[in-house]
Design a protein around this ligand. Structure first.
Ligand code: PLP
Length: 432
């Protein structure tokens, strides 16, 4: 057996980078084993340090909706590179990207570009608090909105109680205004609005929760959130960092608006796809809300690399390509093919399995039925998942290395890629 370069690199990385990685999920802590160090990627395929090839179902956790190295995206980025990396002054491409985003998202009149989803989520909450003059924020167990202090909270013991910080280094007083509720639980929601009457600045949620695998907010739950926030003068923040431009061209909010006439969130948070793989995120809202932001208004927000010219070039070209008619319908069908194939193989092998997907986002659970909230997700059989994960990885099919993460399909995935994955799963399910 030749030298394992992944293992060598991991050993070297661990000397200089905590855990050998710059974002925890990459370390394979949940599934065990050595992470693959990726040397390059093309289309739907990753190549690691040993030159082993994988079908990529992570897509950089969402941004790579066109796959890797799309020729038109590459040329847009190359052209931008020659004009300069960063100026710290406004550019025309920032306007073009903002216009492109607003044209697809009728809930927003204005948008502010930032560099990461964490930054966008944190700023959206500051804006909601500044706009309403209230402090309390309401979030849901299992939703992730970046790692800002006030959001690193786990559910408390009682119903609708304040959460406890879920990270060392976050003082309790920083999270004392964060209320954590169970996803899809209307009763808890009503209870919280009654209990904290006049104090709630915002509800922040993932419309389809992609950070506890794949869990949809029910239509009834979404409708009630919309009603309660309106009734109580609180803002609804839709964190579409993962779902934005991935589940539909109009993002998840367009899907809920089909079910709930007139439905719109107050503030939308975006990231991932809008940068096409470059550091780019955004938050936007109606004009009266966005005008509270500096330099127009009293809510401070800034960034040296915000609206970076390379990132805007990459995002603009990505948005142009995914705006082509039928793009998301084709992606939805392709992702559906993968889910139906995996489900059929699991059924044939007698493995409990449930699946859901929307656009290029999917979730599968080693559970007989789809879960509707975090606790139910975590009932998944972890050793069984880990066996499935490693079985697929060793056969060259790279799924997210934790049972509570979503999966991603790009337009670069071919029928042959999907078929190969389904065939590998047939073998792996037999070993479970
Ligand atoms: C990824 C993600 C974030 C954080 O974005 P970063 O760019 O990693 O900071 C926030 N919210 C959701 C829903 C996400 O999926």
């Amino acid at each position: 057996m030749s030298i394992d370069k992944n293992a060598q690199l991991f050993e070297r990385a661990r000397q200089v980078i905590p855990g050998g990685v710059n974002s925890p999920v990459r370390a394979f802590n949940a599934v065990g084993g050595t992470p693959a160090f990726i040397a390059r990627a093309q289309g739907a395929h990753l190549f690691d340090a040993n030159d082993k090839q994988y079908v990529d179902y992570i897509g950089s956790w969402g941004p790579m909706i066109l796959g890797h190295g799309h020729p038109q995206v590459l040329s847009a980025v190359q052209a931008a590179l020659l004009e300069g990396f960063s100026f710290g002054a406004p550019t025309e491409r920032e306007i073009a990207l903002s216009e492109a985003i607003l044209a697809l998202m009728p809930s927003m009149d204005m948008v502010r570009l930032v560099s990461s989803g964490t930054e966008a989520g944190m700023s959206a909450i500051r804006l909601a608090r500044g706009y309403t003059g209230r402090n309390k924020i309401l979030k849901f167990n299992g939703c992730y909105h970046g790692h800002a202090d006030a959001l690193l909270v786990k559910a408390g013991s009682g119903l609708a109680t304040f959460g406890a910080s879920s990270s060392a280094g976050v003082p309790e007083h920083v999270v004392q205004d964060t209320i954590v509720l169970e996803y899809n639980d209307i009763e808890q929601l009503e209870e919280a609005f009654a209990k904290y009457e006049g104090q709630i600045a915002c509800v922040i949620m993932e419309p389809i929760a992609g950070n506890m695998n794949f869990v949809r907010a029910s239509t009834a739950f979404t409708r009630r959130i919309s009603e309660l926030t309106k009734e109580h003068g609180a803002l609804l923040i839709y964190d579409e960092v993962m779902t934005g431009f991935r589940v539909a061209l109009g993002s998840a909010q367009s899907l809920y608006a089909q079910q709930i006439p007139g439905f719109q969130p107050d503030i939308t948070v975006l990231g991932k796809v809008i940068g096409g793989g470059m550091p780019m995120a955004a938050f936007g809202a109606r004009r009266e809300i966005m005008e509270k932001l500096s330099p127009l208004g009293p809510v401070y927000q800034a960034g040296t690399l915000s609206g970076n010219p390379i990132a805007t070039a990459c995002g603009l070209q990505t948005l142009a390509l995914i705006s082509q008619p039928g793009f998301h319908e084709a992606l939805h069908a392709k992702t559906g093919q993968l889910m139906a194939g995996l489900k059929a193989e699991a059924d044939a092998a007698g493995v409990p399995f449930s699946v859901d997907h929307q656009g290029g986002l999917f979730g599968f659970f080693l559970l007989p039925e789809l879960p509707s909230h975090y606790e139910a997700v975590m009932k998944s059989d972890k050793p069984l998942f880990n066996k499935f994960f490693h079985g697929m990885l060793s056969r060259g099919h790279y799924f997210a290395p934790a049972l509570y993460e979503a999966g991603f399909v790009s337009s670069a995935h071919t029928d042959a890629d999907i078929q190969a994955t389904i065939e590998a799963a047939r073998e792996v399910f037999k070993t479970l």
